[in-house]
Design a protein around this ligand. Sequence first.
Ligand code: HMG
Ligand code: MG
Length: 308
Amino acid sequence: MHLPEEVTICEVGPRDGLQNERVNVPTAGKIRLIEALAEAGIRVMEATSFVSPKWIPNLADAEDTLAGVRRREGVTYAALVPNLKGLERAVAAKVDEVVIFMSASESHNQKNINKSIAQALETYREVVARAKDAGLRLKAALSTCFGCPYEGDVNPSVVVRISEALIAMGVDEVGISDTTGMANPRQVHAMVSQVAERIPLENLSLHFHDTRGAGLANVLAGLEAGVTVYDGSVGGLGGCPYAKGATGNIATEDLVHMLHEMGVETGVDLLKLIECAKLAQDLVGRPLDARVSKVGPVNHRCSGAVHG
Ligand code: HMG
Ligand code: MG
């Protein structure tokens, strides 16, 4: 197998996870989780969203959350932004990275951000230009790339076209996302290969949900196709409120455990990460589905933090 030596983990639990929980975690709890994740060696994290509080009430405290976090040097604190208003809020809150987001299917895009694909690209052109002026790194999360819960199959050429448009605008990274866990490993390999014909692999990341149990198999396909950046959600928190059945991002601790066992380094301390998953479970007040937190790692070799 040809696997990379090292992979970057982007933790999305505080944003993707908590946005969808029935329980609205108090701001102080969110801050504790974000700080604990940084302490566990997470170096890139979606901390919150600057979206409409009417659409996502759980993240209405985005300003207070970021203001309360003791920032750790070397950690990129990112936030989702759907428009210029969101960007203004994110800049004022001193984020390091802005994540714009849209879908590869019209129906999901409309339900999630109330815009067509063309309108979203138009909106983001200005957001990206202004974010660049503000010196921010930019990621674009592209949902429903492997299938849409409303429309079914999504043509890979649409994913390629939107990804190219986003990169041409100045986005640093496109996150190819499987919003409702519809992808399979062969499809992932084919999709990455097709997108990589037009966009350098270094600009791609992958975001999987474990809805149908194929999450980590899809990571493996992504690794073999050469992608080195993966999203994970601590404890497996999360989903998308505008995609029915979008339960369960892949759990960061399951992802890190598999990578370490295969000799792929992440810089994350697995045992500390498992403590974060326990904290996440306490905060949401329900048992989470992640595996490694329940049974522990195969051995302690894989718990070591490689990069501090
Ligand atoms: P809209 O209703 O079309 O927007 O929503 P609008 O411009 O007409 O504004 C409506 C109201 O929202 C106004 O307030 C605005 O001021 C306010 P009012 O005048 O009624 O009092 N507003 C805002 N407030 C604060 N911050 C803002 C903001 N923008 C407008 N930034 C909008 C359009 C995009 C705003 C809305 O649809 C929205 O916020 N959507 C967010 C949906 C979301 O966060 N979904 C989850 C994230 S995506 C995801 O999870 C998938 C991902 O993980 C990858 C994957 O798994 O696939 C990324
Ligand atoms: Mg997601």
